[in-house]
Design a protein around this ligand. Structure first.
Ligand SMILES: Cc1ncc(COP(=O)(O)O)c(C=O)c1O
Length: 326
């Protein structure tokens, strides 16, 4: 019989799928690393499990312990699945701009969820960074995951996502394009791919309202770049340790409107029902058109599933209210 011993064994080995209608204008082959096939419907299952296993191995996470994290939803889902199989409790802290579906989904897998205001400084005691850190200090037998600075996040992608992409493209990949939040995906995959072939170009997709692009280009952390934005999952107002700026060749910024519109187009033109950062990522690929030639093999990674956005990017009333569609 061929079966996984538990749900965690189904993480990884996701398909690579050719993009067709949406990338017609590009000269090259564009392949999507389709991470919604993971059991928690996102790429984050990979790093959640690695972060837990590393914390178990060095004693930061002890039997019966409580896992505490600030999460926009996907990391929480991955952590919650692993916590169920391994017998831990979870408390997650989220920003109130996240979709209600994401909050309800974390509750569905047994987590306690605390919602914090989005529109405050990271150092403000009400921010989701501060609240999760404080809970980590106050809760007995707890472990604060900190996906931003926890380097097991990058390691997970170096050990699994990167090698999978290399093998699936038979080493023919020339460009890797991906949205950047904590930086774990781009840094881990990028490091692995560049070790195999230093000519592989690694591009990050950023949002307007985030510090990454300017910091990468100038070395300046410019607070004037920071303002609230709608796109979920990518861009930051901090510099996470998991963003390895040295392995990133460049960033392109995608507007909230384009990210939302392309999230809809992925579903309507490719049959790819994916999350908002996938819309940003494919628009990012199109914006980078001039960097691609006929023989290139571009891999774009899609982080999560469309079901988490039915109240927003897949709701035409919301899209109209935001001024994204007529
Ligand atoms: C939907 C979504 N897209 C993109 C990202 C960015 O991935 P990473 O944190 O590995 O940079 C995340 C992670 O926060 C996410 O949840």
């Amino acid at each position: 019989m061929d079966y996984a011993k538990n749900i965690l064994e189904t993480i990884g080995n996701t398909p690579l799928v050719k993009m067709n209608a949406l990338t017609e204008e590009l000269p090259c082959l564009v392949l999507a690393k389709y991470e919604t096939f993971n059991p928690g419907n996102s790429v984050k299952d990979r790093m959640a499990l690695t972060m837990i296993e590393d914390a178990e191995a060095d004693g930061r996470l002890k039997p019966g312990g409580t896992i505490i994290e600030g999460t926009s939803g996907n990391t929480g889902m991955g952590l919650a699945l692993a916590a169920i199989v391994k017998g831990y409790k979870c408390i997650f802290v989220m920003a109130d701009k996240q979709s209600k579906e994401k909050i309800d989904m974390l509750k569905a897998v047994g987590a306690e969820v605390i919602v914090c205001p989005t529109d405050v400084e990271p150092t403000d005691p009400r921010s989701y960074y501060s609240v999760s850190k404080r809970l980590g200090e106050e809760t007995p037998n707890s472990w604060y995951v900190n996906q931003y600075d926890n380097l097991s996040n990058t390691k997970a992608h170096y050990q699994s996502t990167g090698p999978e992409i290399w093998k699936q493209t038979e080493g023919k990949i020339t460009h890797f394009v991906v949205g950047v939040g904590t930086g774990g995906t781009i840094s881990g995959v990028g490091k692995y791919l560049k070790e195999q072939n230093p000519d592989v170009k690694v591009w990050g997709v950023d949002t307007y309202g985030s510090v990454f692009k300017k910091y990468h280009e100038t070395g300046v952390f410019d607070e004037n770049e920071i303002y609230p934005y709608v796109t979920e999952g990518i861009g930051e107002d901090i510099l996470p340790k998991n963003v390895d700026f040295d392995i990133i060749d460049g960033f392109t910024k995608v507007t909230d409107k384009d990210a939302a519109v392309y999230t809809q187009l992925l579903a309507k033109k490719e049959g790819m029902f994916l999350g908002n950062s996938a819309g940003a990522a494919i628009k990012g690929v199109l914006q980078l058109k001039e960097h691609f030639t006929k023989d290139d093999v571009v891999v774009v990674l899609f982080h999560d599933h469309g079901s988490r956005y039915v109240g927003k990017m897949f709701n035409d009333d919301w899209m109209k209210k935001m001024g994204y569609i007529e």
